[in-house]
Design a protein around this ligand. Structure first.
Ligand SMILES: *Cc1c(COP(=O)(O)O)cnc(C)c1O
Ligand SMILES: [Zn+2]
Length: 459
């Protein structure tokens, strides 16, 4: 069958189309963002039941590249790509964790956390980068002169770009602001052999330079206005439904910064709906850090106007963005999915993350923002007990070990660290060890009792 897809301008009155193997990031006629559109009539020739069976038989299988959570849906992601040009590291197919104990604390029997950070480079950025780098490989194979791929990012995007390019043998360029990124953020692109430029500027300065560079040279731009990444990221919602025996959750909570990921989530659901694979839509909640909350502010005024904000420092560094590139796409998604935007203070996000960790998770601060938003929505009764809720966890907690340690050491300014857990320092003396353990075990038992009382009140 001749499945096909193309880039299309998101402005309905324009609708200009471009080939998916063309180097184009924004509409050349009107300057708006592009999105990948699929020939749905062709996809509809296969029944919904057949698609489900096909995805189920492929995911996690050894039939390369279809075992990947992205490429098991290749016909709906980028059908024209030749299989030999797929650059996959078995992304997606991540655990949908039943947060049984934490859910009970919130009066939710059906709380699930989609662990997108359990991935090759430790964040959901792998879902999009596999598509982008595969397209670059295909374009190079077709003779296009693309000597390298570049991005400006301090964190997860550069890690994903560096890894996928290294796997494909394509040079990657990462622009970082000198002395403004942590060792953890630097070490992934360094290890993967990317060309790492450390510039005397801030993140916005790196962004301007990479955009100018990619306009003038043949270097391909991998930043988040590139809509190929959305095609990979849209599989997260498809995968959540697949892992829920094809049932659609009532509510999905997702942290948002540049807002590409929330629009991707919605896009995956709309495609499934159009193909008859799902019959209802989840409500989508975007969670923002109060220190970088332009979408929250716009939502509060009914999207009548949008003002970029000066983002303040937040522990949730990947969403410290004041002027999100994908604002328009995100608004469209929120309007289509009965959306809500909620925000979380630094203390709320750190406490929510630590509190959930105590039930066995190991959350990144962005997941903390989403969990804090959920807690607030439960307290206000907006999310009701009995709802089937999924929280999207965007990165692995180990990427943020420093700040998690600082929380437990009560070293984060302005945060009381209510859920801190500190090592008990003692001489190596059996009597003292036993006394300390007796006290600690009693305290744990008291805490468990308080928890079950609170859970009773919550439901
Ligand atoms: C990129 C990123 C986000 C934000 O995604 P957007 O598409 O920019 O809204 C959230 N969490 C983590 C860990 C990320 O890397
Ligand atoms: Zn246009």
């Amino acid at each position: 069958m001749a499945y096909s897809s193309w880039f299309q301008c998101i402005e309905p009155s324009c609708g200009e189309r471009y080939d998916v193997f063309e180097v184009v990031y924004r509409c050349r006629k009107c300057g708006e963002l592009l999105e990948v559109v699929h020939d749905e009539a062709e996809l509809r020739k296969t029944s919904a039941a057949e698609w489900k069976t096909r995805f189920d038989s492929r995911i996690r299988s050894n039939e390369w590249p279809f075992g990947s959570g992205v490429w098991c849906r290749k016909e709906m992601v980028l059908p024209q790509l030749r299989d030999e040009n797929v650059v996959s590291m078995f992304e997606g197919a991540s655990n949908l964790l039943w947060a049984e104990r934490f859910g009970k604390q919130l009066g939710l029997d059906e709380l699930w956390v989609k662990q997108c950070g359990n991935s090759h480079t430790g964040s959901f950025k792998d879902l999009g980068m596999t598509v982008l780098v595969s397209v670059v490989k295909e374009m190079r194979a077709r003779g296009k002169d693309i000597p390298a791929v570049a991005c400006a990012s301090t964190g997860d995007t550069s890690a994903a770009l560096a890894a996928y390019c290294a796997a494909a043998g394509i040079p990657a360029i990462v622009l970082l602001p000198r002395n403004k990124v942590s060792l953890a953020q630097l070490v992934q692109p360094i290890s993967n052999g990317a060309i790492v430029l450390s510039l005397d500027t801030d993140f916005d300065g790196c962004m301007r330079t990479v955009q100018e560079l990619t306009e003038r040279e043949n270097i391909y731009l991998a930043n988040s206005m590139n809509s190929l990444r959305i095609e990979g990221q849209k599989t997260v919602g498809m995968e959540i439904v697949q892992q829920s025996d094809w049932k659609v959750p009532d509510t999905i909570v997702i942290p948002g910064g540049n807002l590409g990921n929330v629009s991707a989530l919605g896009k995956g659901f709309l495609l499934m709906e159009s193909l008859g694979m799902v019959k209802k839509r989840p409500r989508i909640v975007v969670a923002q850090a109060e220190n970088a909350n332009p979408l929250y502010l716009a939502w509060r005024n009914g999207f009548r106007s949008f003002e970029p904000v000066q983002a303040k420092t937040t522990l949730a560094s990947a969403i410290q963005i004041g002027n999100p590139v994908s604002y328009r796409k995100a608004v469209r998604t929120l309007q289509e999915f009965d959306g809500i935007v909620e925000q979380a203070s630094e203390e709320e996000l750190a406490d929510a993350s630590a509190r959930a960790d105590r039930t066995g998770m190991f959350n990144c601060p962005h997941t903390g923002v989403a969990l804090a938003a959920l807690i607030k929505l439960r307290e206000r009764g907006v999310v009701r007990s009995g709802e089937h809720v999924v929280v999207i966890s965007t990165a692995h907690g180990l990427k943020f070990a420093d700040q998690k340690a600082a929380y437990h050491q009560k070293k984060i300014e302005g945060i009381a660290s209510r859920y801190a857990n500190q090592p008990i320092e003692l001489p190596n003396d059996l009597g003292k060890v036993r006394d300390a353990l007796r006290r600690a075990i009693e305290e744990t038992a008291e805490a468990r009792e308080a928890e079950s009382r609170a859970a009773g009140a919550a439901s």
